[in-house]
Structure formats: C-alpha cells, structure tokens
Design a protein around this ligand. Sequence first.
Ligand code: 5RP
Length: 217
Amino acid sequence: MTQDELKQKVAQAALDYVKGLSIIGIGTGSTVYHFINGLADFKADIEGAVSSSEASSAQLKKVGIPVLDLNAVGTLDVYVDGADEINPNKQLIKGGGGALTREKIIAGASKKFVCIADGSKRVDILGAFPLPVEVIPMARSYVARELVKLGGQPVWRENCVTDNGCHILDVHNLSIMEPLTLEKTINNIAGVVTVGIFAMRPADVVLVSQGEEVITF
Ligand code: 5RP
C-alpha cells in the first residue's frame, strides 16, 4: 500500500468514532483530508464541525458540512486529527501543516482526541521530525536564540504565514526525552504562540495503519 492509501485506510477506520455525533472537531493535513471526504457519506447526521484550519474549513464546506465557531458550541465530544510523530504515551509532535495553534485549542476543548496516522509516524522518542514552533513575527529571532540555548537548531519556515498571521520555526536536532517539561519551557518563551509538542494534552486514542491492519492504542 502507498502512504496515501494507508492514510485513507486509517481515516476510514476513524469514522466509527464520530457516528451518531452531531458536532465534531476536525484537524488538518492529508490524513484528515481523507477523513473529511469519508464524513461526506453520512453528513446528513452532522450539524457541523469546528475546524482547525482554513484548508480543512474549505474541504468541509466542499462536502457540505457547515463549519462552526468553537465559541458557539462549547466542549466537543470528539476531535479527530493527524500527527507528525506519536510516541507510546500518545504524546505527539504536530504542526507540519502549520495549524498547530488551532489544533491545540480544539484538542484542549474536546473530551476525546482521536489521532489518526500511517505507521511511519510511530516513534519511541519524539524529535526526529523538526519541532514546529509558531511565533509572533517580531519575536522570531529572539525565540530562535532561546531555542538554540535549549539545544535545538531552529529554521524559519520561510513563505509560511499561519492562519493566525504568525511565523513558524522548525527546530531540528532535538531528542525530546521529557515532552511535558519541554512543552512548558518553550511555551514560556515570550513571543511563542504555540509549540507543536502535544504532551499536556496528548491523544486519548491513536489509530495507526500498518499494512492491512489498523492498530489502536
Ligand atoms: C498539521 C498537522 C498534521 O496533523 C500533521 O502534519 C500530519 O499531517 P498528514 O496527515 O498530512 O501526514 O499537525 O498542522
């Protein structure tokens, strides 16, 4: 199976987690893209979705699912999103698609976070994937210097402005032995909007497609 077929397979399996729900949270990325397309098959039951990016909002609208404001709907039962890395504790690196801030907000506002990914995303230790950090534009250089002090090598994701009008630094060469501590430390640097470590609010359920199987943990 190609990587895209694996993404499609796991997205299909995740549909079971939202059956019967009228309002859900939706993440961003190519795996979620397949999930949204799958949702179209039973969109009659869905009142709407809270979306983590303009890209996912556009796709939701395309398949006929209304996009709702998180402020208007309160706590969500389920949030479905992908990840760039997943460790055995269901802690994640996210933000490869640049939507990490809205993703973290919706994950926090949801009772259950269902993470979907192809098997290549499983790791023992987070950090081989460059860690995305969304920053206020004027703070970019300052935050980069602080990240160097933490042992990383930040690279500005040029030509990328997030949906929130901010910039992204991708931090290379971090071996994240203590995800909770590093998440808090980076969050506390002035000018950081969001760090792409999801350890304080990890996934509740992870679905991973490996060959013909979808593994749940
Ligand atoms: C976007 C994300 C995505 O969930 C992550 O990049 C995985 O994407 P894909 O499903 O395309 O592999 O965090 O900000």
